[in-house]
Design a protein around this ligand. Structure first.
Ligand SMILES: NC(=O)c1ccc[n+]([C@@H]2O[C@H](COP(=O)([O-])OP(=O)(O)OC[C@H]3O[C@@H](n4cnc5c(N)ncnc54)[C@H](O)[C@@H]3O)[C@@H](O)[C@H]2O)c1
Length: 292
């Protein structure tokens, strides 16, 4: 398994983290991007993340350089041919993901494992565009992928037992804690998280308690590391809205329906940390200034 070559489609927030994790576990990683400038931006993201790891003493310079040395970038589908595993982490758009599956169908060996990191789309629907849908699974990493241990391993309708277990072992092999679940809206974590976040936002809108007290109730009463309003700001309220809408569209269950306050905040551009305002106000940090 140490010789495994892992392809990663998309080198944005998630793809860059996944490629780094795979390379840190000794795999060769090939990241694919739409064009040269997106590729350079993505590789730059990995380099900054490794430099940050060195600065914080999580790895030494030599290790950082070795990880970087195992990652190469490409804009050519043909370069993904040697990959035994490909993780798709492009934009959350069904048509784009299905197009990527068709392109992979022409280059990968039939026994390659193909995983999608989709958050809210159907793995089965994405897999239907791949020539061997039985080899497709969901591997749902959490942000930041370099840090978060959990990976949801998602079995789609056509996924074989063999592919499913290979995906589980792959996730374990790169140092993650995988859990098995099946293709259903929100998989496991978002299915649990979204109704809870919706409830708290509605309670806030109803004036049941203040923002700080609602977060304190969850942090101190339930022992969660972060209250739900802070968490919403961190994840992005537009992302939370999108997830709630997708779950509701699929299930029509009331508990997933986004609360009106969430819609209003997104309409107002109060998306959380990334726009400087959500439920809380954020002073620009040095890193957000640097990104601009
Ligand atoms: N950001 C999160 O917190 C998070 C967490 C879990 C899962 N996800 C999922 O991971 C996927 C990626 O999300 P992200 O936040 O990294 O997005 P992002 O916008 O940061 O990155 C997406 C990258 O994909 C590239 N891309 C777009 N179309 C492409 C194509 N056709 N082929 C190759 N590359 C393409 C873009 O250039 C961009 O660099 C989405 O499906 C998202 O739902 C995101």
């Amino acid at each position: 398994m140490g010789e495994q070559t892992v392809g990663v489609l998309g080198c944005g927030t998630m793809g860059s983290g996944i490629a780094q994790v795979a390379a840190a576990a000794g795999r060769s990683a090939i990241v694919f991007e739409v064009d040269q400038s997106a590729l350079e931006a993505g590789l730059g993201r990995i380099e900054r993340s490794l430099a940050e790891g060195v600065r914080r003493g999580k790895l030494d310079e030599q290790e950082g350089a070795a990880i970087r040395g195992r990652i190469r970038g490409t804009t050519s589908w043909a370069d993904l041919r040697p990959c035994q595993v490909v993780v798709e982490a492009i934009v959350e758009n069904l048509a784009a993901k299905q197009e990527a599956m068709r392109a992979l169908s022409d280059v990968l060996e039939p026994d390659a494992l193909v995983a999608t990191n989709t958050s809210c789309l159907s793995v089965t629907e994405i897999a239907s565009s791949y020539r061997h849908p039985e080899r497709v699974v969901g591997l749902h990493f959490f942000n930041p992928a370099q840090v978060m241990k959990l990976v949801e391993v998602v079995r789609a309708v056509e996924t074989t037992d063999e592919a499913f277990e290979q995906a589980y072992e792959f996730a374990r092999g790169i140092g993650k804690e995988p859990i098995r679940t099946k293709d259903s809206p929100g998989f496991l974590v978002n299915r649990l998280l979204i109704p809870y976040m919706n409830q708290v936002m509605q309670a806030y809108d109803d004036g049941l308690s203040s923002r700080d007290e609602l977060d304190a109730a969850v942090e101190l009463g339930l022992g969660y590391p972060m209250g739900p309003l802070k968490l919403g700001d961190l994840v992005g309220l537009d992302v939370a809205l999108h997830a709630a809408e997708a779950l509701y569209a699929d299930t029509r269950q009331e508990e997933f329906a986004p609360p009106p306050l969430l819609r209003r905040m997104v309409k107002a551009g109060r998306l959380g940390r990334k726009t400087g305002r959500g439920f809380y106000d954020y002073a620009p940090t040095s890193s957000t200034v640097a990104e601009q």
